[in-house]
Design a protein around this ligand. Structure first.
Ligand SMILES: [Zn+2]
Ligand SMILES: [Zn+2]
Length: 287
């Protein structure tokens, strides 16, 4: 396998002190080869302005080092919501994340696939099409892709299993700027038994069959505190949960994830936040 096909391994990094100042310092401490950041409060609707100096430093670092950067949009976003105010705020928040992502040279902006909450599923799906297609059309050629992240399957989630991504992407006319972010904890929670021998490879086979060979743009590598199919979204450190470390070796060998960056979103250990998880994954990758 050539170096260019190696999956960069990194983490969601804290950005206290500035996107570049804080984020890159943390990335260096843990040996991250890829990073994901928040560009505003993940639990709020405020559309934070960036700092141009920090944006340009991060962009230049990413360009020069080849380290891919991703943005995770706020958790409150739900285009499937029955509340029109939530939908309007969600559209503004995604647009903001895409613009901030472009400013820092991000490759992708991750957004959760959403929930119908209390309304009929077909109404929520209609809203996805109505509001997401214009956002996807707006993305400039050099801007970040919008990456849809399936959830753990709790409640009225619109997309949880790998198979759910088929109709979800069809709703968006398989738009060329619509990518996928696979969270291993969420997939396990939704019923994909990644811990079984061959389970990761089988899930990735199903993913490739559903979304095609080139639409997987990012992997959230997380272990799970809960058993397979529990529909619970509780991340655990790599190797310390119900998935275990070994299935990630299968992931590194699978063609659909070849070269696709991985970022961990694990709780970390008190003495050493995320370095151990990054090192575990690098060892499983083998290079
Ligand atoms: Zn997420
Ligand atoms: Zn999660």
């Amino acid at each position: 396998m050539g170096v260019e096909l190696r999956s960069p391994i990194g983490a969601h990094v804290p950005v206290a002190g500035g996107l570049a100042t804080g984020g890159l310092r943390y990335a260096a401490q843990i040996g991250a080869e890829a990073i994901q950041v928040f560009v505003s409060n993940p639990r709020g609707w405020a559309l934070a302005a960036g700092k141009q100096v920090e944006d340009e430093r991060l962009r230049a670092h990413s360009e020069q080092s080849g380290m891919p950067v991703f943005v995770h949009s706020p958790y409150l976003i739900n285009i499937g919501s029955p509340n029109p105010q939530t939908v309007a705020s969600s559209v503004a928040s995604i647009r903001h994340s895409l613009a901030r992502g472009a400013a820092i040279g991000a490759r992708g902006v991750v957004v959760h696939t959403g929930s119908a909450v209390s309304q009929p599923r077909e109404d929520a799906v209609r809203q996805l099409r109505e509001h997401l297609l214009p956002l996807l059309d707006e993305i400039p050629p050099d801007g970040p892709d919008l990456l849809f992240e399936p959830m753990a399957g709790q409640g009225a989630m619109l997309c949880a299993t790998v198979q759910d991504l088929g109709p979800y992407l069809d709703t968006l006319d398989r738009h060329p700027r619509a990518g996928v972010c696979l969270d291993t904890c969420h997939a396990f929670a939704a019923g994909h038994d990644l811990a079984a021998p061959g389970g990761m490879a089988a899930t990735l086979d199903a993913l490739a069959a559903t979304i095609g060979a080139d639409r997987l743009k990012l992997i959230h590598a997380n272990d799970s505190k809960d058993v397979c199919g529990a529909n619970k979204d509780r991340h655990e450190n790599i190797g310390a949960g119900r998935i275990g470390a070994e299935p990630f070796a299968e992931l590194f060998r699978h063609p659909v994830s070849r070269g696709v960056p991985l970022v961990i979103e694990t709780p970390g250990r008190s003495a050493d936040p995320h370095r151990a998880d990054v090192e575990t994954l690098k060892a499983l990758r083998g290079v």
